[in-house]
Design a protein around this ligand. Structure first.
Ligand SMILES: Nc1ncnc2c1ncn2[C@@H]1O[C@H](COP(=O)(O)OP(=O)(O)OP(=O)(O)O)[C@@H](O)[C@H]1O
Length: 289
């Protein structure tokens, strides 16, 4: 099974948002990491066939997904960003309704809805109205509706937005369980979401792929470039103007500054092992200021 993105570009009103993206995806979890506006949602919508690329194509097992039509929708599960799933509907009724839309008969829809309600720990909530659910529960309803047809490709756009730390951990184990024999793509701008979950990290910046690598290889690219230095608060401004700066922490009356530089920036700087948080700040720190 292979999903192949071939020279995909997308412009909105002459603004280039995706710039010649190519990659081949096999079963596994792929996280698309990028700051706001880096084109993650646009790419997910193209892969979900909600949006057409300006140029380029996406192929599933060698066939253009736009030509596969219904056949592709049968193998696709898509959880869009911020969906307002019928707030007045009850959870199970909603899932059965989605089942009907996906072409299942009443009995199949009920069975599938109940199966996924149990899998996603939502069975207790099945008779609650969607608007009464917490953000994490609503997110799981989103995953349940996408899973009804047992998709080969599962796309989750910013699935952890608005979740509390406990829900994030639960989400991670759900995805780990669902990822076997599927291509799972999800977008995030939270580096810690990737820890222990993803097989590949794709860093998207200004519509281009900066890296597509296993997490350990992504980390290696920053090896020898991550430094901690303890300075007086008054020195901070100067450091920020000269270096790419990550986290800043108070320590006693001083501050510990994480900075990224190819060579040791100060005699007292301490070399640090890169984390995914560092990767994010290295690539996107400037954009978030
Ligand atoms: N329908 C549209 N019309 C015009 N511009 C758009 C449209 N959709 C997205 N854009 C622009 O394209 C760029 C990329 O947006 P996109 O939503 O793909 O990024 P993103 O990485 O998913 O960001 P976020 O994390 O904020 O969701 C942004 O500059 C956005 O304003």
């Amino acid at each position: 099974m292979e999903l192949s993105i071939h020279s995909v570009s997308k412009s909105y009103n002459n603004q280039l948002v995706l710039d010649d993206i190519s990659m081949n995806l096999a079963p596994g979890v792929y996280s698309f990491l990028g700051a706001n506006g880096s084109g993650k949602t646009t790419l997910m919508r193209i892969i979900a066939t909600v949006l057409k690329p300006t140029s380029g194509s996406v192929y599933f097992n060698g066939k253009d997904i736009l030509c596969l039509g219904e056949e592709y929708r049968d193998i696709l599960g898509y959880v869009p960003q911020q969906v307002g799933y019928y707030p007045h509907m009850k959870v199970q009724s909603f899932l059965e309704y989605v089942g009907a839309l996906k072409g299942f008969n009443k009995k199949q829809s009920k069975e599938k809805a109940e199966y996924w309600l149990k899998q996603l720990n939502l069975f207790e909530q099945r008779n609650k109205k969607i608007k009464k659910l917490s953000g994490g529960m609503r997110q799981r309803v989103g995953i349940a509706q996408a899973m009804l047809n047992d998709p080969k490709i599962l796309i989750l756009d910013e699935p952890t937005a608005g979740l509390d730390p406990k829900e994030r951990i639960r989400f991670r184990s759900i995805i780990a369980n669902l990822s076997i024999n599927r291509i799972v793509l999800y977008t995030t701008h939270i580096a810690s979401d990737l820890e222990g979950l993803t097989d590949y990290v794709c860093i998207l910046k200004h519509g281009k792929v900066e890296q597509l690598n296993r997490p350990e290889d992504v980390l290696k690219t920053l090896s020898g470039k991550v430094w901690d230095v303890i300075v007086q608060p008054s020195e901070l401004g100067q450091i920020e103007s000269e270096y790419r700066v990550g986290a800043i922490e108070k320590t006693g009356g001083k501050v510990r500054v994480r900075l990224y530089h190819d060579v040791k920036p100060f005699p007292n700087a301490e070399s640090k092992t890169p984390t995914l948080e560092d990767i994010y700040l290295y690539y996107f720190g400037e954009m978030e200021k």
